[in-house]
Design a protein around this ligand. Structure first.
Ligand SMILES: [Zn+2]
Length: 269
């Protein structure tokens, strides 16, 4: 509309100031010209709005093209906190949830993690018998042949932050402290969201993060549940970690997978 104001203003001045001095016929012509200018101006403004609506439509369509692809499945068993059995059509599959690691409950060679049974029963109560939607990342299976997936409790629309927090079970496990972050490239689609969720769970002391002595299974490196650094056990900073905050890592990749970074003082490697 802005573009039309100037000519209309000029014509109005012409009509009001200059024309009264001239005869009647040009006055009628000028009136017609002003009407024409106004109508054209309004049409132009409307066309502009239409263009904007078209742009919005395009953005919406682009977003829809980025829609999350999921496969419906039914959870028929729960192995532990982060592994479930599902039925997909006629096939039965074992599914390992991406990006999370719940304390072990059934591992033959490792001792039972302090929070494993809680994580396991939480997953049972939330997923067993439920219809879910599986989303896959870059690699579809791990070396044990298990499917690797994000488990959506409801069909996701665009995967917004709030949707992830409320509808994706992997995220629910992290946020409630039933699992720790475990990043295994190339399946890293949601890793930034997951880091935030774990940081929040740790800050709020949810689940295993609020547990005294949780994760104290021994290992090569030590970290604190209150920070994201890992150390050699003899580092001066490691010695300041309170017993109830101690968490152990068996190696560098274990520490990295849980979102921990090397201490700048003892430089564990
Ligand atoms: Zn250190």
């Amino acid at each position: 509309m802005e573009n039309t104001l100037m000519p209309v203003l000029l014509l109005t001045i012409f009509f009001a100031v200059i024309l009264p001095g001239i005869n009647k016929k040009p006055r009628v012509v000028a009136g017609a010209v002003i009407c024409f200018a106004l109508i054209t101006g309004c049409n132009y403004a409307q066309t502009g709005q239409n263009n904007q609506a078209t742009d919005n439509q395009v953005i919406e369509n682009q977003a829809n093209n980025g829609q999350i692809n999921v496969v419906p499945a039914k959870v028929i068993s729960v192995v532990d906190g982060d592994t479930v059995g599902v039925r997909m059509g006629q096939a039965e599959e074992r599914v390992r949830l991406i990006g999370v690691d719940t304390p072990e409950t059934k591992h033959p060679t490792r001792s039972v993690g302090a929070y494993g049974p809680e994580a396991s029963s939480f997953t049972k109560s939330e997923l067993n018998g439920k219809s879910v939607f599986l989303e896959f990342d870059v690699s579809e299976r791990d070396k044990y042949g298990r499917m690797l997936a994000y488990v959506w409790l409801e069909k996701p629309l665009l995967g917004s932050n709030s949707e992830i927090r409320s509808k994706m079970f992997n995220a629910v496990l992290l946020l409630n402290g039933y699992a720790q972050l475990m990043t295994v490239p190339p399946n890293v689609k949601y890793v930034d969201y997951f880091k935030d969720l774990q940081a929040q769970a740790r800050k709020d002391g949810n689940g295993l993060w609020g547990l005294t002595g949780a994760g104290s299974l021994g290992g090569k490196y030590i970290g604190s549940k209150k920070s994201d650094k890992y150390h050699y056990p003899d580092c001066e900073w490691a010695k300041k970690i309170l017993p109830e905050n101690v968490i152990w890592f068996k190696d560098v990749s274990d520490a990295n997978a849980h979102g921990y970074k090397p201490c700048g003082i003892c430089r564990p490697e």
